[in-house]
Design a protein around this ligand. Sequence first.
Ligand code: SF4
Length: 372
Amino acid sequence: MPALSLPLERYISDPRLLPLADKVRREERLSFQDGLLLYESPDLTGIGAMAHWVRLRRHGLKTYYVVSRRMSYTNICYTHCQFCAFQAKPGDPKAYVLSAETIVKEMEKPENAGVRELHMVAGHYPKLKIDYFEDLFRSLKRRFPDLHLKVFTMVEMDYYARVSGLSVEAFLDRCVAAGLESCPGGGAEIFDEELRAKICIGKKDANVWLEVAELCHRKGIPTNCTMLYGHIEQPRHRVDHLLRLRALQDRTGGFLAYIPLAYQIEDNELGRTYEIHETTGHQDLREVAVARLLLDNVPHIKAYWVMITEGLAQIGLSYGADDLDGTIIEESIAHDAGATTPQALSKGELQRLITKAGFEPLERDNLYKIYA
Ligand code: SF4
């Protein structure tokens, strides 16, 4: 249905949402209070209709995906995030570090033919310094010149710059010269300082995350942005987080996409310390919709099937999302924490999910260039 003819009032049952619908139609920015109402109102259908209206206005039925591969060059980590089941300490039997040669060999395997984007995030391991990353990126680019390298959370970049004895800017410049092209949006977790101290002890604070993202954008390196929800945070923390992302995007325009990340409950300290339940479908769809409504300056909203299941991600396309992320291939961070989704989806499966929901599948690269 064309965006402008979607009769929003017909879908809204909570009258408190009607002034927000007027703002949405006038393309007016929603406030902090509006954000709180979006979390408070039981009217998910109404919220979803508003988000869908925005999605249709921005993208019509176009729905994006990428043929991508995940890899983590090490799981050894000296930081201690209570929600993480992926980390290993040195000496742990499951600890590993991958050499550049191993990663190149892995990418040569037939199952990686057609991969356009290599997405790498990993632990914080002080033995890896700038030389390791320069060698890794150069080796990959020599063998696969067209492979897009999307590497480092913002806190990871800050960490590896520090252990390399470099400023973040100098570290970034050298990585870009070696082949780094963009960064994923992880490591943001939840920006609220008090909560951050409880869920990711030792991880750098929100200001560092935002400053490094700003630096990347200033240097012409686009990034994504994320929020980890469904743990001990409250709606006010989520609205605060989203509006901090929006404020940075006003300054830089460097975020390509926002990805709401559902907390995975298994095998991590956070789940053992607090009584936390798995996120529900209602909550997952609301996160997609609220993001589409509050992040009026971020082009794309992803429904990340790895964490919320393929079926719910597909429904998310009618709640504000325009991107299903990608084939992924071998995701380990969410799966170690209990995600029960498959390790990968084929291109055909992604296309089918999109088409069956009434949308138009488009294969993209990391910068949203479309492949015919
Ligand atoms: S989330 Fe990342 S930084 Fe935190 S413990 Fe796990 S691997 Fe380390």
